[in-house]
Write a protein that binds this ligand. Structure first.
Ligand SMILES: Nc1ncnc2c1ncn2[C@@H]1O[C@H](COP(=O)(O)OP(=O)(O)O)[C@@H](O)[C@H]1O
Ligand SMILES: [Mg+2]
Length: 284
């Protein structure tokens, strides 16, 4: 527990985070001595090529590292050290305080239940004494907040009745209904086509504005974080390459690796302009 008062304290404070595995080739660290803060209500982008340790970082924060992973370092949420919590306490943190949106909503949604049932169950599993009727109302409201049209009817539909982008909205609705302090979105738009990507990013930015929740947006694509994140952490092979305010990372990158990531999106302004134009045509 740090001595700073609540307002000075970042929402999330990660220090010297290291995640390693023992493989046939020996011990390898896939996240190495990572330090970063997420300000209250802030949006942090974690960027790096595939394999740089982004997902392992987010899973470490969630307490959901795969079996065999060894983690050291400190992860404080609101001044509470998470790494020493018992699994039951960590489950409560995941339900109440941190929620995660994954790349592929289909892997997180059960095909045999309606989306409404799934949002309701997620909600009720963390709120005792909520009636089905009240939970259903909350599910519909959450779907409306993510701009799913005709939510009162759509709540009874199954995941396969939604497009990829709409399924991601359902996942975000599920996340919202939990009223988390921190939302971690790991490649939330990677499986979607570009126009839908822009809409989901707009939605995440809107939610962050409206709810005051902190957001960690993880992506291999710098273009994705450019509009949403105010602070950016660049990772490569488990190392922290550089970090700083988003404008600084975009306008004055210090590392060759960051410049390379930026070069991978050479027409970053054009592309975003294009995304915005096309996205206005889409159904919301
Ligand atoms: N269970 C595991 N055992 C050994 N290595 C793993 C395991 N899971 C992931 N890794 C390795 O950890 C590294 C970082 O993975 P990850 O965090 O998923 O990268 P990113 O999300 O940035 O693409 C990768 O090299 C990956 O192969
Ligand atoms: Mg990943």
């Amino acid at each position: 527990m740090s001595t700073a008062t609540r307002d000075e304290q970042p929402l999330l404070r990660v220090r010297d985070l290291t995640v390693g595995f023992t493989t046939a080739a020996g011990e390898t660290n896939v996240v190495k001595h990572l330090d970063f803060d997420l300000a209250r209500g802030g949006a942090l982008g974690i960027v790096g090529e595939s394999g740089s340790g982004k997902s392992m970082t987010s899973l470490a924060v969630m307490g959901l590292l795969p079996k065999g992973a060894k983690r050291t370092g400190s992860i404080e949420l609101d001044g509470t050290e998470l790494t020493t919590l018992r699994e039951r306490q960590m489950q409560a943190v995941r339900g109440d305080r941190i929620a995660m949106v994954f790349q592929d909503p289909l892997s997180s949604l059960n095909p045999y239940y309606t989306v409404g049932t799934q949002i309701m169950e997620a909600y009720r599993s963390h709120r005792t004494g909520v009636t089905r009727r009240a939970a259903r109302k909350i599910a519909i409201e959450a779907m409306e907040r993510v701009h799913i049209k005709d939510a009162a009817r759509r709540v009874d539909h199954y995941p396969h009745q939604f497009s990829g982008g709409m399924r991601q909205r359902v996942m975000i609705a599920m996340t919202l209904s939990m009223e988390p302090d921190l939302i971690i979105a790991d490649e939330p738009t990677t499986a979607l086509d570009v126009t839908v990507q822009a809409q989901i990013l707009d939605l995440l930015a809107e939610i962050r504005r409206d709810t005051g929740a902190g957001l960690i947006l993880i992506t291999h694509d710098l273009a994705v974080v450019s509009e949403v994140a105010d602070h950016i952490v660049v990772m490569r092979d488990g190392d922290l390459v550089e970090q700083g305010p988003a404008e600084r990372i975009f306008c004055d990158p210090q590392a060759d690796y960051t410049r390379m990531l930026l070069d991978a999106v050479p027409r970053i302004d054009d592309e975003i302009g294009l995304l915005r134009t096309t996205s206005t045509e889409e159904t919301r």
